[in-house]
Design a protein around this ligand. Structure first.
Ligand SMILES: [Zn+2]
Length: 247
């Protein structure tokens, strides 16, 4: 009988390693994680300030535009004063002018507040940028170092892919399929370690599935031990394996 379990265990290890390599290639290595996070956080702060400046500037401009429009209206009202024919029309015009002036006052306050916000953000941005320069330079150096390491990681990933192909070919198609299905169901974790239940030397040995804790039949353990056959957990259906180092 061909022992497929060792091949599946190696396949599983290799697939896991490949996944780590691929994740690494898409991301940032551990040794520059801290700097990366600091860099991202500071970068986000700068972006936020730039956004706040843009927003305040837009608000100020919009408000100033509104003020100009209302001023034009006031000018028109004032021109109309010489044309009024009676007290009622005069009073109505004055009321319009007062209302418009009141509106202008409110808008001017709004524009001033927006300008203050803009200036405050600009001054903060200046400070942030100064501090960021040094961090950004350090980050660029580490990034370059990581870029230089990447080909080696990519090469290792390629080697792992080759090894996976070899291991897959050693397995009959139905077993390959079975492994893939269980793996897909458990996010790549198709295997479960069989764990011996410590009973302090009393009674016969008992085992449970390291993934779902359900009891494993002693017969299955013997099969794995003696023949390296594929045994599945009765509950979660993962492929069971034994810790070689344990007795
Ligand atoms: Zn299980």
């Amino acid at each position: 009988m061909t022992k497929y379990l060792p091949t599946i265990i190696e396949l599983h290890k290799t697939v896991t390693e490949l996944r780590k390599s691929e994740e690494l290639l898409d991301g940032i290595p551990d040794w520059m994680q801290e700097l990366h996070q600091e860099h991202s956080a500071r970068k986000a702060e700068i972006d936020e300030l730039e956004e706040a400046i843009a927003e305040a500037t837009q608000e100020r401009r919009g408000t100033e535009g509104e003020i100009n429009e209302i001023r034009e209206k006031v000018k028109q009202y004032q021109e109309q004063i010489s044309l009024v024919r009676n007290q009622r029309e005069y009073g109505a015009l004055l009321q319009e002018i007062d209302g418009a002036k009141e509106q202008i006052k409110g808008l001017e306050e709004q524009a001033l507040a927006a300008m203050e916000r803009q200036e405050e953000a600009e001054s903060k941005l200046g400070e942030e940028r100064q501090g960021f320069e040094d961090l950004d330079a350090r980050y660029a150096v580490e990034l370059e170092k990581w870029e230089a390491q990447k080909p080696q990681v990519a090469e290792e990933a390629e080697r792992l892919r080759g090894r996976i192909e070899v291991l897959r070919e050693r397995l009959p198609k139905p077993i390959q399929g079975q492994y893939e299905r269980i793996s897909a169901r458990y996010g790549g974790e198709a295997l479960a370690l069989v764990v011996k239940i410590e009973r302090g030397g009393r009674g016969a040995n008992m085992w449970h599935c390291g993934a779902c804790n359900y009891r494993v039949r002693p017969q299955a353990v013997v099969q794995i031990q003696d023949h390296g056959t594929l045994e599945f957990c009765d509950t979660c259906k993962r492929i069971l394996y034994l810790d070689e180092a344990a007795d």
